[in-house]
Design a binder for this molecule. Structure first.
Ligand SMILES: [Zn+2]
Length: 314
């Protein structure tokens, strides 16, 4: 070995010691990158440009392609959970696909983040155009956009629990009074109960209609009933962060994808939902009624809660 080589190898050894300490310090000391509200809103617009994303539609297939490309670019495991459901009008099978994105898949104790990514066939509550075009910017794309942005902040971070995102299909393949809600979450919950995986979901957080420009997030009554620890600790996190859009009192009782998770899968799951959205199930549920700031508000609270959750194993 030459003197030069010896010097180089000494330098390498020193650098190795210095850098060995780094990744841990980075996790502990570097604050999570800022939630990018503009990028989150751009995701929402991109999804809405696909038009209707109802279950089994071409828009849904295009959305799935975008999401698989998006999430596989991160260190996440991406998979579909397929199943068939009868179409409410003609009984023909419709292929459904829940999309599951797993972060640190080896962790056995996990938290489930959920939303739905299908849109309702028609804007039934629209007084003028109940058979018009339904885009579902808030009711559909908002949860998807939040998860797309969250991917940037889960990447390379260590949270106390492993995290799965699930995007449910078939939340509302509903025509007037025909059809059944929550097909995707019911399938997911039944599968989890009947064929238990190696991991356990200690808690779940569902988001729905979280991009309203006038965001008001009251505690939802079924969430308080089934998942009081999860619900209260999320609102406490918001209070700590001085986020006024999370209002510390109960208002609506909502039927949503969290019901199968709570009742069938026994995963204590909270629903974060702005149920005062004026444009719910109308042709006016478009990006102009939504804001990236609202997505960022929910994203920041969720990230802080995931980084510092209560003891969920109780
Ligand atoms: Zn809806």
């Amino acid at each position: 070995m030459t003197r030069r080589a010896a010097a180089t190898s000494l330098l390498t050894a020193i650098l190795a010691v210095v850098f060995r300490g780094r990744p841990h310090d980075l996790v502990a000391e570097t604050p999570a990158t800022e939630f990018d509200e503009q990028r989150a809103f751009d995701y929402l617009v991109k999804i809405c440009r696909l038009g209707s994303r109802m279950s089994g539609s071409r828009g849904m297939a295009e959305q799935q392609k975008i999401l698989v490309e998006h999430f596989t670019a991160f260190d996440a495991e991406v998979r579909f959970q397929p199943f068939d459901a009868a179409h409410p009008l003609n009984g023909q099978p419709v292929r459904m696909n829940n999309l599951i994105v797993s972060w640190h898949p080896q962790s056995q104790q996990r938290v489930l983040l959920a939303c739905h990514y299908d849109t309702r066939p028609y804007p039934d509550r629209d007084l003028i155009l109940p058979r018009g075009k339904f885009i579902g910017a808030n009711d559909g794309a908002s949860g998807v956009a939040l998860f797309m942005e969250l991917a940037h902040h889960l990447q390379g971070q260590n949270f106390p629990y492993g995290i799965d995102m699930v995007l449910f299909d078939g939340e509302e393949l509903i025509y007037g009074r025909q059809g059944k809600y929550f097909l995707g979450s019911e399938y997911f919950a039944t599968n989890y109960r009947d064929e238990p995986p190696a991991h356990k979901y200690l808690a779940g957080v569902l988001v729905d209609m979280i991009a309203d420009r006038n965001l008001d997030l009251f505690q939802e009554k079924n969430s308080l009933k089934y998942a009081p620890l999860v619900t209260k600790s999320i609102w406490e996190t918001a209070t700590r962060l001085k986020v006024k859009e999370f209002i510390n009192r109960a208002k609506h009782e909502v039927q949503d994808d969290h019901l199968p998770l709570n009742e069938i899968a026994q995963i204590p799951t909270c629903d974060i939902i702005d149920f005062d959205y004026r444009f719910w199930h109308t042709t006016k549920d478009i990006p102009a009624q939504c804001s990236g700031r609202s997505l960022a508000t929910v994203g920041k609270v969720l990230l802080a809660w995931l980084a510092n959750p209560p003891d969920l194993s109780r």
